[in-house]
Design a protein around this ligand. Structure first.
Ligand code: ATP
Ligand code: MG
Length: 169
């Protein structure tokens, strides 16, 4: 929760000029995720960065964090941008793959962002899904497993940290 809020904060302060508002909704008392902070920060940057780059000016980007199945943490990053056609979806996580190479090149980047996200999700034994409709927008969902003690039932749900409780937007 803390890391998500931190990365969203960076985008709010540095990308405001592009006219994208980043909305954030973080559920209270999440089980948490055991992992590499730098990699998870990179994952958040790559996903939110794509929504900023390929979103539509004047439409918001929504970042949510809540509890998924089996105590997993579910992160979604959604935009109302140009979307991705069904032909391209299966190939997006290939290294250097870009939907429209001419236009994407003009925007900057290498086509590595989602390949890196996929790698980080796998390293954390998580799952990753891209849902997109051309002309409507894209929603990326990442599921990350809880810390081992949570999985073994050693942490009482009521004792989870709740420093970031409620809805922050
Ligand atoms: P890099 O992330 O290395 O700067 P990139 O953004 O082009 O470059 P990826 O993040 O891997 O690379 O994304 C691959 C391609 O998927 C992009 O070039 C773009 O065409 C498409 N894409 C990714 N995210 C979105 C999105 N939110 N909306 C629309 N298209 C997207
Ligand atoms: Mg990218």
């Amino acid at each position: 929760s803390e890391l998500t809020a931190e990365v969203v904060g960076v985008f709010r302060s540095s990308h405001g000029d592009r006219g994208r508002e980043v909305e954030m909704e973080i559920a209270p008392r999440l089980p948490g995720v055991q992992g590499d902070r730098a990699q998870l920060s990179q994952l958040l940057h790559n996903l939110i960065g794509n929504s900023v780059k390929y979103g539509r000016p004047g439409t918001p980007i929504r970042v949510t964090l809540n509890e998924g199945p089996s105590g997993m943490t579910r992160l979604t990053v959604a935009d109302e941008g140009e979307g991705i056609g069904p032909d391209h979806l299966p190939r997006l996580t290939e290294r250097f793959y870009r939907v429209d190479s001419g236009r994407s090149r003009a925007m900057g980047g290498t086509g590595l962002g989602l390949a890196i996200v996929k790698h980080i999700v796998e390293r954390h034994r998580g799952r990753f899904d891209i849902a997109s409709t051309l002309g409507k927008g894209t929603t990326i969902t990442v599921l990350l497993p809880p810390p081992v003690e949570e999985q073994q039932g050693k942490i009482d749900e009521k004792k989870r940290p709740s420093a970031l409780s409620g809805t922050v937007s």
